[in-house]
Design a protein around this ligand. Structure first.
Ligand code: 5AD
Ligand code: FES
Length: 348
């Protein structure tokens, strides 16, 4: 048997590989290896979750951001971005609408917009959502906050937090972010989230500029060690108003392969087939599920602002309504023999 497939089996047994072994995997995989990993990952996913897919509704409530990440379309120096902020009432209405469509997790995501949405305001929003929908989980994706803010939000009832680490390689991190941002601060924030009892999500973009196989090996080692409850993985996609406008998009196949490897390594992890994966290929999310993903995160934002939350060019679902996305995702899952589940879908 080829070396890579032996290592996939080893990963399945040991739940970790050495850096050398990861470098062998990323340096020499073929489409057959990817198919082998996908089949194994799919079996693992089905044994843990059945053929049920959890859905989370994302409310992108502000695209104002104080940061200037080189890859991101809502970076502060993009003067072409039309900035918007939703009111507390608008955010609550999105959740109410989502609830009626069967969503039991609401993900509140924004740029780092702490001037307009300080922790006290966010805590109040979380309390109001939890009061209106006590059977729902609230996930926050607000960027890097300090411990006291994260604690306040946890006490207000937030259940989960998404903060992709973006890359576990410090040098690579420095090439994707401005000097004002720090690798250590991000990693510390992830640790704090776990300590405070959040179900915590990390993750990366596949094929971000300057990413090497060594970066990917570092990412897998970090994920094996940190054991996040959720992992967000999508291809890097260029945005026309960023310094990375001319960089190539990440590899679709490598994204699927990484999803499978994450599933094999962390069998219970909550693993979304991301919007970026659905953007790079029309059936990307379906193939993500067939490669081991078990979560889909449709958009709950008001259609009027969707086009303005453009992290990368070509983002899907920006013309659609919550109703359309819910039906679309349901039909897509049905077509591949899966079913959308109405539940909070906690990590167990
Ligand atoms: N391509 C793909 N993903 C992106 N993100 C931000 N910009 C891009 C891009 N150009 C991802 C980052 C971030 C998440 C919210 O979106 O990984 O953590
Ligand atoms: Fe939004 Fe298909 S999920 S249109």
């Amino acid at each position: 048997m080829a070396a890579v497939r032996e290592l996939i089996d080893k990963l399945n047994t040991d739940k970790t590989l050495s850096k050398e072994e990861w470098l062998t995997v990323f340096g020499g995989w073929t489409d057959e290896d990817r198919a082998y990993a996908a089949e194994l990952a799919r079996k693992i996913s089905q044994s843990v979750f059945g053929k049920k897919i959890y859905i989370r509704g994302i409310v992108e409530f502000s695209n104002v951001c104080k940061n200037d990440c080189l890859y991101c379309g809502i970076r502060c120096s993009n003067k072409n971005a039309q900035r918007y902020r939703l009111t507390d009432e608008e955010i609550l209405l999105c959740c109410d609408e989502g609830y009626d469509y069967g969503f039991r997790t609401f993900v509140l995501q924004s740029g780092e917009d702490y001037k307009a949405y300080p922790p006290e305001r966010m805590a109040d929003i979380v309390r109001r959502i939890k009061k209106a929908h006590p059977d729902c989980a609230v996930t926050l994706s607000l960027g890097e906050l300090e411990r006291d803010a994260l604690l306040l939000l946890k006490e207000a009832g937030a259940d989960r937090y998404l903060l992709r680490h973006e890359t576990a390689n410090k040098e690579h991190y420095g090439k994707l972010h401005p000097e004002s941002m720090s690798f250590e601060h991000r990693m510390n924030c992830l640790k704090t989230l776990k300590e405070l009892g959040y179900q915590t999500g990390a993750g990366i973009m596949v094929g971000s500029p300057y990413q090497t196989n060594e970066c990917l090996a570092d990412d897998m080692l970090f994920l094996a060690d940190f054991k996040p409850h959720m992992i967000g993985i999508g291809p890097f996609l260029p945005h026309k108003d960023t310094p990375f406008r001319d960089e190539p998009a990440g590899s679709y196949e490598l994204t699927l392969f990484l999803l499978s490897l994450c599933r094999i390594m962390l069998p219970r992890v909550l693993l979304p087939a991301t919007t970026a994966l659905g953007t790079i290929r029309p059936d990307g999310r379906e193939q993500g599920v067939l490669s081991g993903a078990n979560v889909i995160m449709p958009n709950l934002s008001p259609t009027a602002v969707r086009k303005k939350y453009m992290l990368y060019d070509g983002k899907i679902c920006t013309e659609d309504s919550t109703d359309a996305c819910k039906s679309c995702v349901q039909a897509r899952m049905k077509r591949i023999g899966y079913e959308v589940e109405i539940s909070r879908g906690d990590y167990k």
